[in-house]
Design a protein around this ligand. Structure first.
Ligand code: PLP
Length: 405
């Protein structure tokens, strides 16, 4: 038997992706101004970013970045346990721990790395990681890399979680869930999950990438919104790249658990520290996220306006109260055609397809930001109503939808 040729396999997979309408196209942004982006020479209103509070271009944030980079440099220059740990990291960890009421915080290069660290640092092959079916890919990958058993339960189903934990009675158990589901926008049933974890003697870990800054009292996220704290949720993840408008991630929680991860987790030990300037930027962003309540209020009002307007126009959104507002399309080609038609009208919305979402559930993932105005939301709603009629009707009207400005 001749050996399988990797180039042949790659070509075969490419053809398959194209046939299934799964080929991804990377777009290049040439300029950014708040929620407006220049793409291929045209300015679009961005409805697909995770900059929910509009902090990424705030002067206090970019000013802190510039100021720190000017004195401390552009790089991280080493890992945290060698020479990369800087006072700016320390200050950011303290500020997040203080804001979220956690005993300890630990900064990571990204949320992806932090998730790898938690599961790999805590679980071995005799243990089980129980996860919601719709958890973020980094949590799924984390369990695979840790070599533990991975058992998934139906979306947002605490009883399903209990069944999966019962089915693996030996070894330690970690129950891991997204706080806000990134492609659906709904909030995990954290109170019931915390009870399930307690009954099954499992440790509950909440990845709150999309909840921090947006949900709960003072923007303290989905754990605080569920009136839980470190006693019920010993570990949680706050990412810095979403509502906080920066880059990186912070694990928060029980001091002994966090210390163990800092000592042992490979995605903490064997990677360069985040540049101090990015930590300084996030420190400024945390301060704005804590005190600018108006950003959250504006965002909530925009979400309500969008949902009311969608109902009036007969658009069926998934049941989400967060800034993630998906419009289900089902078919991959239809989702892509809708996104293209919206772009022709000046709106940038992401068509999310499998494998990011389950087969047959392609969708437009519309995200709102405090940087949007009422007129942006109304304009998007009108464009959505118009294009979904056009794209839904027939291929020929689709052609019209694609060319009408
Ligand atoms: C974005 C995201 C991550 C990854 O965070 P990065 O900092 O972008 O690597 C992890 N979990 C969830 C739920 C996310 O949405």
């Amino acid at each position: 038997m001749p050996r399988i040729q990797l180039r042949d396999r790659v070509e075969e997979l490419r053809l398959q992706r194209e046939a299934l309408g799964r080929q991804r196209v990377r777009r290049t942004v040439t300029r950014r101004d708040g929620v407006r982006c220049e793409v291929d020479g045209r300015w679009l209103v961005n409805f697909c970013s995770n900059d929910y509070l509009g902090l990424s271009q705030q002067f206090a944030v970019t000013g802190a970045l510039q100021h720190s980079a000017a004195s401390e440099g552009a790089g991280g220059i080493g890992s945290h346990l060698v020479c990369g740990h800087h006072a700016a990291h320390e200050a950011l960890e303290r500020a997040l721990a203080d804001w979220l009421g956690a005993p300890r915080a630990l900064l990571f290069g990204s949320g992806y790395l932090a998730n790898l660290a938690v599961v790999q640092g805590l679980l071995g092959e005799d243990d089980v990681c129980v996860q919601d079916k719709l958890n973020h890919a980094s949590l799924i990958d984390a369990a695979r890399l840790a070599g533990c058993r991975l058992r998934r339960y139906p979306h947002a189903d605490p009883e399903g979680a209990v069944r999966q934990m019962r089915a693996s009675p030996d070894g330690a158990a970690l129950l891991a869930t997204d706080g806000v589901f990134s492609m659906d926008g709904d909030i995990a049933p954290l109170r019931q999950l915390s009870l399930a974890a307690r009954v099954q003697q499992a440790l509950l870990y909440v990845d709150d990438a999309h909840g921090i800054g947006v949900l709960g009292p003072g923007g303290r996220g989905s754990v605080a919104a569920a009136q839980l704290d470190v006693a019920q949720v010993p570990l949680q993840l706050a990412t810095l790249g979403k509502a906080l408008g920066g880059y990186g991630a912070v694990l928060l929680g029980d001091a002994a658990l966090i210390d163990h991860l800092a000592q042992t987790a490979r995605p903490y030990l064997y990677t360069t520290a985040l540049p101090p300037a990015l930590a300084a930027a996030s420190l400024a962003a945390v301060s704005l996220a804590r005190k600018d309540h108006w950003r959250r209020e504006k965002l909530r009002a925009l979400v309500a306006r969008f949902r009311e307007g969608a109902a009036e126009r007969g658009l069926s959104l998934l049941p989400s109260q967060t800034p993630i507002q998906p419009l289900l399309c089902g078919d991959n080609a239809r989702a892509v055609a809708l996104a293209q038609a919206l772009e022709a009208r000046g709106y940038w919305v992401a068509a999310i397809r499998p494998p990011t979402v389950p087969e047959g559930s392609a969708r437009l993932r519309i995200t709102l930001s405090a940087g949007h105005g009422d007129s942006d939301v109304d304009g998007l709603l009108d464009a959505l109503a118009w294009t979904s009629d056009a794209v839904g009707a027939s291929r020929s009207t689709l052609g019209a939808a694609l060319t009408t400005p």
